[in-house]
Design a protein around this ligand. Structure first.
Ligand SMILES: C[S@@+](CC[C@H](N)C(=O)[O-])C[C@H]1O[C@@H](n2cnc3c(N)ncnc32)[C@H](O)[C@@H]1O
Length: 232
């Protein structure tokens, strides 16, 4: 399903703001003597923009799209799928050999099937399959044993994820949705994702924008921390 041109324009504008913020995070974090170009951001941005132009928007496959993005861009690492709900992202990452765990206070059963967006076919999840879960609210101290904290529409957790990543120098990836149960709110006229990116920059993170090909709240950003790394 293609987005309406008006919606697409808004998403494009937001994406561009995040690109500017990512560049700003580099300028702040790069020492005056380091004149190196920005190889990582260029590579990944080209990749992301190409994806969005070629493929129609897919409404319901955010877990599959994020899984594909992760396995193509980031080396396998220990992931906390914070606010991971039923655990489909964690399941897909584990199928790809990643060490992933859901952290969510609501223990929800794994789905019995999902759509494999590569083959276009329905994939059955075995009845006995399960994923590791921590059935509790995310607290920054939980971040210590993970390399990458993921918040996919994880309301109430975005600021905590950035704070945890700051404390433990952990990577993080945020695709924020609504502002519920957060300790901070954006000032008027500034979007939630933009204010989170600004918060992360103020905490010293070097961020990269992320745009996936699903409808609604598909713009976010990530930072690699000390252990998560991109494929060369
Ligand atoms: C909007 S749902 C998103 C679920 C899933 N990531 C998705 O994209 O469909 C938000 C999830 O965050 C969980 N959640 C709410 N507060 C949380 C907290 N403090 N720590 C961890 N998870 C939380 C909820 O139980 C819910 O599963």
């Amino acid at each position: 399903m293609m987005a309406k041109p008006k919606d697409r324009k808004k998403v494009d504008q937001l994406h561009h703001k995040l690109i500017e913020l990512a560049i700003c995070s580099r300028q702040i974090n790069t020492s005056a003597t380091d004149n190196s170009p920005l190889p990582k951001i260029n590579t990944l941005l080209t990749h992301s923009t190409e994806d969005n132009r070629k493929t129609p928007r897919m409404k319901t496959f955010r877990f599959q799209l994020l899984h594909q993005w992760l396995i193509h861009n980031i080396k396998p690492c220990r992931v906390a799928d914070i606010g991971g709900g039923k655990g489909l992202l964690t399941y897909l990452l584990r199928e790809s050999g990643w060490d992933a765990t859901v952290i969510d206070p609501e223990n929800q059963a794994l789905l019995l099937k999902h759509k494999d967006i590569i083959t276009g076919k329905r994939a059955i999840i075995p009845f006995e399959a399960n994923v590791p879960r921590i059935d509790g609210q995310f607290e920054p101290s939980m971040a210590e044993n993970f390399d990458l904290l993921i918040g996919l529409h994880a309301h109430g957790c975005n600021i905590k994820i950035i704070d945890a990543a700051t404390k433990y120098n952990t990577g993080f990836l945020l695709l924020p949705c609504c502002i519920i149960d957060e300790p901070l709110y954006p000032v008027r006229g500034i979007s939630w994702v933009e204010s989170l990116a600004d918060y992360a920059i103020q905490k010293g993170h070097l961020i990269d924008p992320l745009r996936l090909n699903f409808k609604g709240q598909n713009i976010g950003f990530y930072s690699l921390g000390k252990e998560a790394s991109v494929h060369s």
